[in-house]
Design a protein around this ligand. Sequence first.
Ligand code: SF4
Ligand code: SF4
Ligand code: FES
Length: 355
Amino acid sequence: MSIQITLDGRTVAALPGETVLQVAQREGVSIPTLCHDPRLDPAAACRTCLVEVSGQRRLQPACAWKVSPGVAVTTQSETITRHRQVLLSMYLADHELDEEGLPITRGRTNDLREMAKTYGTPIRLEPSHPPRDSREDVNPYIGYDPATCILCARCTRYCDEVEAVSAITLKGRGSATTISTVAELSLLDTTCELCGGCIDTCPTGAMYEKKAPRAQGASPLEKVRSTCNFCGVGCQLDLNVQDGRIIKVTSPPAGTTVNDGNLCVKGRFAYDFVHHDERLKTPLIRRQDGQLHPCSWDEALDAAARGLLRVKERHGADSLGFVSSSRCTGEENYLVQKLSRAAFGTNNCHQCAAT
Ligand code: SF4
Ligand code: SF4
Ligand code: FES
């Protein structure tokens, strides 16, 4: 049963147990967030989303505050704007800023830049002293830049609550706090699965993909939605394409596709093969000289069919076996068993996902 609350002077319906943020998002009211990720339990850590709630002396976090019947919430006021400006100034103290006073992004996602454009940063605070430890881990995929980390713990909570491996954690106290692993091991020596979810959820680009080249020049970066072909799950991913080349792979936003913004190490990082110099682009056929030679698809398919028929004639249909792949579509897998049974007359057909 729904309840009624007042949101910026409007009466709106809400469900018991919903947060102010959930109601506001449904009603099209924008509240800035940094530590919020709909896949994670609210932590109310960053204090960006603070709003005024009737009956409360202090501002309250919209991402964690549950609505109650008749409560009145104000999402924009002078107090809230001043709070956001001071908070932003503190977050940006360690960031490298451009001439407009906006954080330099280095081609990475940085929600602080958009917030700084909206609210401004009237105060410039001193950076933390001493600077936080910034040793680079030897793993090939995931980098961490402590200067741009706002300690929102989205990465550690994602690793814990979604990936369920708890490879990374907050370490230290006060301004020396940072993200680390147990005993400061390399991620390669922890339970980390190199899923890259910590990069995806990080709002400031402090967790970043090491190998992704930065978008260069003025060509626009286009996101092309595709289906990962490394297994049969069908995760949706966004190929980030510039000048006809994939420069990185990102996941669509949480809540929009079947994989809910999550990817595995292969889907997120194994895209080098697409433009690899040694990638096979034509079929090869072994000629009488024992060497592989490029040929047309017709030629290759004819040679394969002749070879299979020769085996069948000499040794019978059941000497053949057909194995298809979970990387193929359902239709392609259907066709492989059809080829096996109808064309060659054997039930020896299998698919790797069936084991
Ligand atoms: S890559 Fe995945 S498993 Fe490894 S630390 Fe990041 S979230 Fe955890
Ligand atoms: S690395 Fe990113 S996600 Fe993790 S605590 Fe820092 S800012 Fe938050
Ligand atoms: S988004 Fe609500 S406190 Fe961070």
